[in-house]
Design a protein around this ligand. Structure first.
Ligand code: ZN
Length: 143
């Protein structure tokens, strides 16, 4: 019940809030106005690395490069919906669960949040699938 009220409240506030990029038009469900959303550096292609198909949402160009940096390093969590919706906007194969990569304990203490777990939970809620966290980070190296 509390989650339902929270989602309803979030949608109401969101429908009245300005776009996170231009600040002019009203934001849609992805937190941007449709003009800014359409002008993002979409890539939407599959690339192959080490015999795995990887789906990329964007080229790492402005403004998405800056958004990822401030979301990840400057606690600008208002971009969580934009980033989750960007991934949901891809043509993904049918998936059963989302497995976010864990961050190191030291990084979690420093940052206060796992940026990918937040995005995974938004996606999982929308796809109605679970988030699995069976992966343990052994080596404490950053990417
Ligand atoms: Zn805009």
């Amino acid at each position: 019940m509390l989650q339902f009220i929270n989602q309803l409240l979030h949608k109401s506030v969101q429908s009245l809030s300005p776009c996170l990029l231009c600040g002019i038009d009203r934001q849609q469900q992805h937190s941007l106005c449709n003009t800014c959303w359409n002008e993002l550096p979409w890539y939407k292609q599959h690339i192959e690395r080490h015999q795995h198909q990887i789906v990329c949402a964007y080229r790492y160009d402005f403004p998405i490069d800056r958004i990822i940096q401030v979301y990840k390093y400057e606690q600008q969590l208002q971009y969580q919906t934009l980033l989750a919706q960007s991934l949901l906007n891809l043509s993904l194969p049918k998936i059963q669960a989302i497995v976010p990569m864990p961050i190191s304990t030291a990084r979690l203490k420093e940052r206060g949040y796992n940026q990918m777990l937040i995005i995974a939970k938004i996606m999982a809620r929308q796809l109605n699938i679970p988030v699995w966290q069976p992966v343990i980070r052994e080596a404490q190296h950053s990417q």
